[in-house]
Structures are given as C-alpha cells and as structure tokens.
Design a protein around this ligand. Structure first.
Ligand SMILES: Nc1nc2c(ncn2[C@@H]2O[C@H](COP(=O)(O)OP(=O)(O)OP(=O)(O)O)[C@@H](O)[C@H]2O)c(=O)[nH]1
Ligand SMILES: [Mg+2]
Ligand SMILES: [Zn+2]
Length: 334
C-alpha cells in the first residue's frame, strides 16, 4: 500500500495528505495516513449523483484529503477531496432492501479474499463458496479457502471436496482459532498481502484474527448469542495492519452473495474447472444447462466435476437471468 505512509504536501496554502480508508460509515470514513487516523467527511461534489457515501470511498481506497485544523482535542479530521483510481475491487449486488439494482463495493485495492467457512456451527455452504470464487475470478483477485473450527469436526476437514478446490489453485487452510491448528499456515497466507476475510456470521473470522494478533481484541460472540437477521458481532468492515506484514480486513458476516456486473453468458468463464470441457460443447454460446452435446454436463456425468459445484453454477445462472429479465430471482435476506 504505497500511500499508506501518507505524504503530506501543501497546495494553495492548504495541507493535503494521502491515506487509506480503513473504515467507511454512511456519512464519513476513517482514513489512516502515517501513524494517524483521521475522521474524514467527503467533499460535497464527490457525492453528487451517489446515493451513499460508502459507494464513493470504500475500505482499501486510497484517498487525497485536506487536513482540517482542529479546534478541539480528539481524532484529527479532514475532508476527502479525491478517491484515487482503484487497482481492483470486489463487488456484489446490494441487498434488495438497499434497492437491489445497485453495486456494493466490499473493498478496493486488495490482493486476495479469504473465504472463511466453519465445519460446524454454522456448517459449510458450498454454494456460497462458489459465489465468492466466481467474484474473485471475475475481478481477477486471488482467493483462499479457510476451513475453521477444525477442532469440532476433524473428519469433516478431510472431505474430498476441499481438495478439489485446492486442485483448482485456491489455497486451502484448515484452522482452529481455539487450538491454534493451522494458524502458522494462515499467517503465511496473509503475510505481506492485503486480504479481505469473507464468510457467514459466526464462522470465526474475528476469532481467527484475534488468535493471530491478540492485541486486535476484536469482538467475538457465540453463534447462540447472534439472534437472527442482521445481528452480527462485527458490524463494519475494518482494515488492520498485521504485525508480520500486510493488512487484513475483517468484515461482518454475509448471508448471500449475488454477483455484480456478470452477464449470464460469461458466468461459465469463471469456473476454471471446466474450461477444457466447455471446449467440447456443440454450441459456442452453450450455457451448459438445456443444450444438447454439452461438454460440461458430460464432465459432471462422468464424475470429473462435483455435482455441487455444477448445482451452484445453475443457481447463480438462474439468479443472473432473473435479474436480467427483471423478475429478480429469489428474495435476498441479507
Ligand atoms: N470451537 C471453535 N470455536 C470457534 C472457532 N473460531 C471461532 N469460534 C467461536 O465461534 C463463535 C463466533 O466467532 P466470531 O469470531 O465472532 O465469528 P465471526 O465470523 O467474526 O462473526 P461475525 O462478526 O458475526 O461475522 C465464537 O463463539 C468463537 O469463540 C474455532 O476454531 N473452534
Ligand atoms: Mg466478526
Ligand atoms: Zn455446455
């Protein structure tokens, strides 16, 4: 993160700095520059035409801001004048209650997402893993898969499906925040990278970060205490520096993930496992669903592609088509 150090400079008598957004609220952001964290408003003209501040500056964004002369003690403050061009991002379709037809950028300028699943409580949701991996492929961001709570189900951690993901090129980590299993490997995966942890509420994202770096003291609570919809222990994505090098964003649990900016016809491109098989489809525009002589369906029938992975593809395809035709698919409850 080149600008994370912050370089102060003067312009027309005002002091400008560069920094990185470490937390975004609906009306303001926290921006880290050098060793200080500034509470920054967003300049009015940047907001024009935007519904929410969160879509203008998101965690990971590099911004240029004007330092305000503070009149009282407390956090220094500033005004964001410019969001610098993003190297990349991870987005999803915003929940329907937020309009459904708008983009939600989860983070900008990242090296990898780490999809966190727990083996029990809550149990793994492979369709959800596939949705996140599709987004990672689409945005060309690396992805790792972390299976947490291995202490509770050591046998579940050995299911062949996990090796399948690893063979596709996604790093596979088997961890326990309680016993410390796999934390060395997780640390190696995070070291010197900018990562975003994503997963359902209660899988142990914050507990893993606390286990790696106890002074973070992130709030953790048992799954039983999480009382239903919208109640998450972590309520906002926040970016932290790691002692061993790199930055990590802890995020609130997400229930669903609807891809954004992906056309139904290109969805298959984001499944690296069947590029070869798709070359054998009779039709070049094959959606691998209703068409005859489909190489992908053949590969599924012959056990080369796990049926759950193909089912996940069909479910995403159905949603994308529903959004495209305006029938909007299943209701989203996250
Ligand atoms: N047995 C066991 N429990 C774990 C492990 N990791 C986390 N937990 C427990 O799982 C519960 C949820 O952990 P959190 O870290 O709050 O989960 P989270 O993913 O951050 O949840 P949100 O912030 O709501 O998204 C807590 O009670 C943790 O103590 C683990 O490896 N093994
Ligand atoms: Mg958390
Ligand atoms: Zn096909």
């Amino acid at each position: 993160m080149g600008t994370a150090e912050g370089n102060g400079y003067r312009n027309g008598g005002r002091q400008f700095r560069e920094g990185v957004v470490v937390r975004a609220h609906s009306g303001h952001c926290l921006v880290r520059s050098g060793s200080a964290t500034y509470r920054c408003e967003i300049r009015g003209r940047l907001k024009r035409g935007q519904r929410q501040v969160q879509t203008i500056a998101v965690v990971g964004d590099s911004v240029r801001f004007r330092v305000l002369v503070s009149t009282r003690r407390g956090r220094p403050s500033g005004v964001i004048e410019e969001v610098l061009p993003r190297r990349n991002k991870i987005s999803r379709r915003a929940a329907r209650r937020a309009g459904g037809r708008i983009e939600q950028v989860l983070m900008a300028n990242l090296d990898q997402i780490v999809v966190v699943q727990s083996l029990v409580d809550p149990s793994p949701q492979t369709g959800f893993i596939d949705r996140l991996l599709v987004a990672a492929e689409h945005y060309d961001v690396a992805a790792a898969l972390c299976l947490n709570k291995c202490d509770l189900d050591p046998a579940g951690a050995e299911a062949p499906l996990w090796n399948y993901y690893q063979d596709l090129g996604y790093a596979l980590l088997k961890t326990s925040a309680v016993t410390g299993t796999g934390l060395k490997e997780l640390q190696r995966q995070l070291q010197d990278r900018i990562s975003l942890l994503l997963g359902a509420s209660g899988v142990g994202k914050s507990a893993l970060l606390n286990a790696l770096q106890p002074q973070l003291r992130l709030r953790v609570s048992s799954v039983g205490e999480k009382t239903g919809l919208g109640r998450h222990t972590t309520s906002r994505t926040e970016l932290f520096p790691l002692d061993f090098g790199g930055f990590i964003a802890d995020s609130p649990g997400i229930r669903g993930f609807d891809p954004w900016e992906i056309a139904p016809a290109e969805l298959g491109d984001y499944f690296p496992d069947w590029q070869l098989a798709a070359g054998k489809c009779r039709f070049r525009s094959c959606l691998h669903r209703d068409e005859p002589d489909c190489g992908v369906k053949d590969a599924v029938a012959h056990g080369m592609i796990p049926p759950v992975r193909y089912q996940a593809y069909l479910a995403i395809l159905r949603d994308l088509q529903a959004w495209e035709s305006g029938t909007q698919g299943r209701p989203m409850d996250y």
